[in-house]
Each structure stands twice: as structure tokens, then as C-alpha cells.
Design a binder for this molecule. Structure first.
Ligand code: FES
Length: 262
């Protein structure tokens, strides 16, 4: 299968790039679905546009990597199409702030970036859902399993835990992207079975909202604030694998209010 997500640079590449933005996928089947959908949209849009897909949370390619690739390939315009229904009210706020942060972190000549309205506002969506209902009704009904479902589980041996705060202030500060980057690195570097073993989880507000985005590493219970993707990489290298707290990003309880250090 052709890798549509390969971004070609050179004199023929400028023009418009379209990013089909999904939330997350790790398994091969949903990845293939995104690939097939991308191929169909590419055929529909024609050779004048370059269509790729990306994930805002878990899964590769991550949105940040795709945006940087498209920029470096010289595209003049990028249109991001979030494929999420329903779209969380905070999603557009998160996306806007995250894109601004990436623009700031990777200075250079960026193309103009646009974000489409949510899918539920797309003309023709009602007809599409109607056709999906007809296709669904024509499929075989869900059958009772022939054997009973498994009722035993392994107790995990992993000693480390990373909580990524998903409270409102942290989400507005980019926690979704931090979570996605951590999960992608956990898969890529096999952190579950390397070293002490790492489990990750999203949590409700961890407390120090002023330090957003916040994550906490156990068993030490270390709070990290103002975490970026690069900060996650440092925490993985130094703390999770090396056992050394990253002092530049860490905040210890002092009994007094604290602000983000610059
Ligand atoms: S919302 Fe993240 S610490 Fe409160």
C-alpha cells in the first residue's frame, strides 16, 4: 500500500495540504482504516492537493510531526479537518493554542493554517449517516459468543505510574498532546517492559492547576509543571529510565502557592 503520509518536498509540493485529524489509534485495523479513508479523499481531491492523516492523541503519525513535515516540505497552506463527533467544546481551543505553541517552538516560515468546522456542521452529513444506517442494517446482527468471555487477568508487574492531568486548565494548556506524545513514546520505546516498567493513566485535576499542563510520576509522586513534548522526553530519559528527578520541571510541595518558573 502506498504510504500517503510520506510528505514529498521539492518544487512540485507547494500548494494545499489537507490533514484528516483523528483522535487516537494504536491497533493495525484502525490505522488501515485511516489509510483507506485518506486514499479515497486523495482521489476525490485530485493531484492538486496532498491529503494526509494524523492523530491528536495516541497513534502515529502525531499531529505535531505531520505539521512540521508539511511545513518543511514547503506547502503554502494547511487545512486541518477534525474527524470527531461530537467534538468536545474545548477541542478547538486546545487545537488553536497547541498550534500556536508549536509555531512558537519551531520558528521559521510556516504556511497559513486553517481548521475546518466540526463534522456535524458539514452539508450532506445527514445523508451520509442515513447511508451508514442502511449499510449497518444490512450487516449480520451481533451474535452471542460461542464460548464464555475470559474471567482472569494478570496483575501488572510495572512499578512506575505516570498520571497526566486532564482537568480543564491542563487541557487548555495542551495536556491532550502531552498525553498522546507520552503514549506514543511508551509504545515506541516499549516502556511497559523496559526498566521498572511504566503504566500511564489520565487523571482528573491533580491540584496545582497554575502549573498546567501537569503530570505526576510515581512511586515518588513528583509533580511536573509546564510540560511540553520535549519535557516528556526528558522525564522519560532521566526519571522513568534513569531514576533521576528532572529538577528544571519538578515542583515539590512547599505549603505555599507556586507559579511556573520561566
Ligand atoms: S487541571 Fe491540571 S492540575 Fe488542575
Amino acid at each position: 500500500m502506498q504510504d500517503l503520509n510520506t510528505v514529498h518536498s521539492g518544487p512540485t509540493s507547494p500548494g494545499r495540504a489537507v490533514v484528516l485529524l483523528a483522535k487516537s489509534a494504536f491497533a493495525a485495523a484502525p490505522m488501515r482504516e485511516m489509510q483507506r479513508l485518506t486514499e479515497r479523499i486523495q482521489r476525490q481531491r485530485g493531484p492538486g492537493e496532498h491529503v494526509v492523516f494524523a492523530f491528536s492523541e495516541q497513534g502515529t503519525p502525531a499531529l505535531r510531526d505531520v505539521m512540521l513535515e508539511l511545513r518543511d516540505a514547503g506547502f503554502g497552506e494547511i487545512v486541518i479537518v477534525p474527524l470527531l463527533i461530537p467534538l468536545e467544546p474545548s477541542f478547538h481551543l486546545w487545537l488553536g493554542r497547541t498550534l500556536q505553541r508549536w509555531l512558537q517552538e519551531a520558528p521559521g516560515a510556516w504556511p497559513s493554517i486553517h481548521v475546518s468546522p466540526p463534522p456535524e456542521e458539514a452539508p450532506g452529513l445527514d445523508g451520509l449517516i442515513g447511508r451508514l444506517i442502511e449499510h449497518g442494517a444490512a450487516r449480520p446482527a451481533v451474535a452471542m459468543p460461542a464460548t464464555s468471555l475470559p474471567d482472569a487477568s494478570l496483575v501488572p508487574a510495572q512499578k512506575r505510574r505516570v498520571l497526566v492531568c486532564q482537568g480543564g486548565p491542563c487541557n487548555a494548556a495542551g495536556a491532550d498532546g502531552i498525553w498522546g506524545h507520552l503514549r506514543n513514546e511508551q509504545e515506541r520505546r516499549r516502556l511497559r517492559i523496559v526498566g521498572d516498567g511504566v503504566m500511564t493513566a489520565r487523571s482528573t485535576c491533580l491540584g496545582p492547576c497554575n502549573l498546567a499542563p501537569v503530570l505526576q510520576v510515581f512511586p515518588e509522586g513528583t509533580y511536573y509543571g509546564g510540560v511540553t513534548e520535549a519535557g516528556v522526553d526528558r522525564i522519560i530519559d532521566d526519571h522513568l529510565l534513569g531514576g533521576r528527578i528532572v529538577a528544571a520541571l519538578a515542583y515539590a510541595p512547599t505549603g505555599r502557592k507556586q507559579s511556573l518558573r520561566s
